[in-house]
Design a protein around this ligand. Structure first.
Ligand SMILES: [Zn+2]
Length: 277
């Protein structure tokens, strides 16, 4: 049966905007799988191929191609209807964090933000998007391309008139608790890097229970093989080694911030209508 005939009349379209392949796996995979299972149209847009990510393959074009293939595999596991790569250069990350000096000429962070926003807005308009996800203004753990996703995505939603904009983030408090637990088994894990990352609990407006979609989320993570192999401290690699029960505990929820809602708002679904203030 074609997907269109299965879609309920209340079906909507959600566009998930990410910086690099594998960001969707960590931050929004459960929500994407949930919305797709509910019959909504789920579109995944990445700004770059992630060709400067850490991997067993040297950074460069071949890595970019491999990572886009991994992205399609992840998208299929999650039930995405469409994948778009805006094709900017991966800005990379300086060794100590922050902007890399040796970034490519077409790096996403150096792109004309207004032009990038117009390109994303064209997709939002074409899709009739009801919802766009971006990142918190700090870009989660601070990768420059993630900060740029917040700026470009926010502007694109303005241009297209997309009604719901959610900043995909992580509730820092349980994250730190979870990472401290994991560190007992993986002492090389640097927990300090996360102490000022993402969002404090009081800013979070959406807590989406994705426990039922743990299998799809894990499949999405596993699809990004270049980011998950090797005995090192790569975040995704560490995450995949977490035993299943702890994994469900750590990854049972995905978090979002919708700006402009009264503090204390607690919603459980991306399309839930906030109570009147
Ligand atoms: Zn990223």
């Amino acid at each position: 049966m074609p997907a269109s005939t299965r879609r309920p009349s209340t079906a909507r379209t959600a566009v998930f905007f990410h910086a690099h392949p594998d960001d969707e796996a960590l931050l929004t995979a459960g929500t994407m799988a949930m919305l797709a299972a509910e019959g909504h149209r789920v579109v995944l847009v990445v700004a770059t191929s992630g060709e400067r990510g850490q991997a067993d393959i040297a950074p460069g074009e071949a890595l970019g191609e491999t990572r886009i293939a991994e992205l399609y595999k992840s998208a299929a596991a999650l039930g995405c209807a469409r994948v778009v790569n805006l094709g900017y250069g991966d800005s990379g990350l300086a060794p100590g964090g922050g902007v890399a000096e040796d970034r490519p000429a077409d790096a996403f962070i150096d792109a004309d933000g207004e032009e990038a926003a117009r390109r994303l807005a064209a997709i939002l308009t074409e899709e009739g998007a009801d919802l766009l996800t971006i990142y918190d203004p700090a870009g989660g753990y601070g990768h420059p391309d993630h900060v740029q996703v917040n700026r470009v995505g926010g502007r694109a939603a303005q241009l297209a008139g997309t009604p719901i904009v959610l900043e995909a983030t992580v509730n820092r408090d349980p994250l730190l608790r979870g990472l401290r637990l994991v560190r007992r088994f993986y002492p090389q894990l640097d927990v300090r890097a996360f102490e000022r990352a993402y969002s404090p609990a009081e800013e979070i407006t959406h807590r989406v229970n994705v426990r039922r979609f743990a299998r799809q989320k894990r499949a999405s993570m596993a699809a990004h093989a270049t980011q998950a192999t090797g005995a090192d401290t790569r975040t995704l690699g560490v995450m995949l080694k977490i035993p299943q029960p702890l994994y469900r505990l750590v990854f049972g929820t995905e978090w979002y911030v919708q700006r402009g809602l009264p503090s204390g708002t607690r919603l459980r679904h991306p399309f839930e209508v906030p109570p009147k203030a």
